[in-house]
Design a protein around this ligand. Structure first.
Ligand code: BDP
Length: 713
């Protein structure tokens, strides 16, 4: 069978529209190419499987493109400079190198890249126990060239630290995407299974280039129809497209599907007929998709059905589904995003209270998917206290790549620093150094089933993510899923080199911009531990809230602004949610004097005149943070303008236009929040803080929309 690989299907010739992401294989600068050419004179990739064809196609496109001339494919090594890729099974040369023990230790997704002698010839080998591992090695090798690293004396061995590295797509069957800001769903359910958009192959390639190995296709607020036979056939066509790239398909399962689709009277997980329905459904799925990954489940949360409806527990529900999947090797990713259906106690404390008692009660193929923070993907939250609290349960963090609370696809906010902060947080579960990263990758608890999920930011927009810089968040998620210890700067610089420019000064400038952007967004939206001050679209400022709104969805619930001060008291005198952390962490957060100021208003209601570390009052410090955020957006525009000659005009203009919006929005946040909080603080703005452009009444009379053409330059 001949499979035609269209690498980046439909790309206009050299259109700088962002479609090619970081997989741009334009010719390298002449002075670098010479050195590389001697090491890449031929490609030796025997084997006909779809993955090996993908390996061949990627190497041909990558090496040929970067070196500026096609590199011939050969069947053997008869000169220096052969690039050999595959497994000991697919390649006699690799088998002859006798690296099987090392490859077995690295597993089917790990790989070795080594400069070797094959007979009398110098060669480079990219080898893995598994074909997908070889493909990952190929992307690693191409990245070395893309970022101008040496390739002459290679001795690399690498493997992913987490087993499941998954994108969660909150895509609905009608093509809309919940919290999606980059167009429509990439899955065209109407056209499937007959027509599979060639773009899906590029999506899978991009994921494989990072080692992302799973994709949940549908929204956690799931439609049961996704599990119907007709949709499963469509899903199977997607799975067939992803498979060569090592991306397995998962589905969000609606807990009440046996009633909605199977005609049962109940979805009670302990009812044998319900269990039998799920078992039969799982069997049907695996007939169509033999490597189906499993189910993601949002149960008894925000109106979704679940086991609690039948007076059963989360463990009862998860384990019943797990039993249906277990014979096939599938997993259940059970979400921990649960809070009371009726507002009662502190919302952020409820997941811990509901789930911690079930530690050790979940089946072995269940992972608990826990958001990074206890609230909901805010610009900054302390780590979720479940990390470190359930040593007998695989905890799979869920982070949000799509910028639901971070300026949608209008704001440049690089999220690697936020995820680094989360992964480096010390739970102190087993003494100092018990970081979230160690909980998650099993170092602390010995878990073998490990994983991480990111809510995707991709859509049908030509550049995939709306904002060109939002591509960096997809990239960063994948890189951290592969290696949760990677520094944010390394990720940023790699991405810039592959995406925009290799000019060292410009790389540093753009990486600095990216690395400062998250703190800037915290500053102009929710500094000092504030959270959830957004309007109902989770975009503009709304600290005064919406009358009649459910309290624990409403900003005033979270800011507790009053004449005495600002912030949510979560110490013993308040909700006491702080007690969910292990004692040293709890004590540090609970005392005003030791609580990091970044989390101050998250844990404490603080008097306006409270003296901060800087010596300033809370009020003055708060004002300065909002101002700092605005100032950053202005500086970012100047910086970006200065890169006009370095970055191609098309993407330069696109980003510049977004930065105008970001500055406008930051000013709006500054004005709205400071004017509103001033009604309680009753203090003047300190010097150096801009006077608001509008009155509070004027601001309240309009709403900041993410799609506002008036703000376009
Ligand atoms: C919130 C989103 C909502 C999601 C929910 C979830 O606003 O659209 O359905 O999280 O994660 O952040 O289930």
């Amino acid at each position: 069978m001949t499979v035609l690989f269209s690498l980046f299907a439909g790309t206009g010739v050299n259109a700088e529209d962002g479609y090619r992401l970081w997989l741009r294989y334009d010719p390298l600068p002449a002075q670098s190419v010479g050195g590389y050419r001697t090491h890449v004179t031929s490609l030796v990739v025997p084997g006909d499987s779809a993955t090996l064809q993908a390996v061949r196609a990627e190497l041909a496109a990558g090496c040929g493109g970067l070196l500026g001339a096609p590199v011939p494919a050969e069947t053997g090594v008869d000169r220096d400079g052969a690039l050999i890729a595959g497994t000991p099974k697919s390649s006699a040369v690799i088998a002859g190198l006798k690296m099987d023990r090392q490859l077995t230790a690295l597993g089917p997704e790990g790989f070795v890249i080594r400069s070797v002698m094959v007979g009398h010839h110098a060669a480079t080998v990219i080898a893995s126990e598994g074909e997908v591992g070889a493909l990952y090695g190929v992307f690693y090798f191409l990245r070395l060239m893309q970022t101008l690293q040496p390739i002459d004396a290679l001795n690399v061995s690498d493997r992913p630290r987490l087993r499941l590295r998954v994108l969660d797509h909150w895509d609905n069957l009608d093509g809309t995407i919940e919290r999606g800001y980059a167009g429509h769903s990439l899955w065209d359910w109407q056209a499937l299974p007959g027509t599979v958009d060639p773009r899906l192959r590029d999506y899978a390639r991009a994921n494989a280039s990072l080692g992302i190995n799973g994709s949940v296709l549908n929204n956690v607020n799931a439609n049961a129809q996704s599990l119907s036979h007709a949709y499963l056939v469509k899903t199977a066509a997607i799975a067939d497209t992803f498979r060569p790239y090592g991306v397995r398909v998962f589905l969000s399962a609606r807990f009440s599907a046996p009633m909605e689709m199977g005609g049962l009277k109940t979805a009670d997980p302990l009812d044998p007929a319900v269990a039998a329905w799920w078992k039969a459904k799982a069997d049907e799925i695996y007939t169509l998709i033999p490597d189906f990954g499993g189910f993601l489940v949002k149960a008894n949360s925000e109106g979704q059905p679940g086991p609690l409806t039948y007076k059963r527990t989360h463990a009862d529900g998860a384990n019943m589904l797990a039993a249906a999947l277990a014979p096939h090797g599938g997993v259940v990713m059970w979400r921990a995003f649960v809070y009371d259906a009726k507002p009662g106690s502190d919302r952020i404390a409820q997941a811990y209270d509901s789930l911690k008692p079930f530690d050790g009660k979940f089946a072995p193929n269940v992972l608990l998917q826990v958001k990074n923070g206890p609230l909901d993907f805010q610009p900054r939250e302390p780590f979720h206290p479940l990390f470190g609290a359930m040593p007998k349960t695989p905890l799979m963090p869920e982070v949000e790549i799509t910028q639901e609370y971070l300026g949608h696809s209008n704001h440049l906010v690089f999220l690697a620093p936020m995820w680094r902060e989360f992964l480096d947080s010390d739970t102190e579960a087993k003494g100092p150094g018990s970081t979230v990263a160690k909980v998650v990758d099993g170092r602390l608890t010995g878990q073998r089933l490990t994983g991480v999920a990111g809510v995707a930011n991709t859509g049908s927009d030509r550049n995939w993510t709306g904002h060109d810089f939002a591509q960096a968040n997809w990239y960063a998620f994948g890189r951290l899923a592969w290696d949760p210890d990677l520094p944010a700067r390394q990720i940023a610089e790699e991405w810039v080199r592959m995406t925009f420019t290799r000019d060292p000064a410009a790389v540093a400038t753009i990486a600095d911009l990216m690395l400062g952007s998250r703190e800037a967004a915290v500053d102009y939206m929710t500094p000092l531990g504030l959270a959830h001050q957004m309007d109902t679209d989770h975009y503009g400022p709304d600290p005064w809230g919406v009358p009649g709104q459910r309290p624990d969805w409403n900003p005033p619930y979270f800011n507790h602004a009053d004449a005495t001060g600002l912030g949510f008291d979560r110490t013993g005198s308040g909700s006491d949610a702080v007690s969910q952390y292990h004692p040293p962490v709890r004590d540090r957060f609970a005392a005003l004097s030791t609580c990091p100021e970044a989390y101050l208003l998250w844990f404490h209601h603080v008097p306006w005149d409270y003296q901060m570390h800087s010596g300033r009052t809370l009020w003055d410090e708060l004002c300065r943070h909002y101002q700092r955020g605005v100032d950053w957006t202005r500086a970012a525009r100047r910086t970006w303008d200065s890169l006009g000659g370095t970055v191609d005009p098309e993407r330069h203009a696109a980003v510049a236009a977004k930065l105008v919006i970001q500055e406008h929005d930051a000013v709006r946040w500054h004005d709205a929040c400071l004017l509103y909080f001033q009604t309680f603080a009753q203090r003047p703005f300190p010097s150096g803080v801009d006077e608001p452009r509008q009155t509070l009444a004027e601001i309240k009379a309009t709403r900041l929309l993410s799609e506002d053409s008036e703000r376009q330059p």
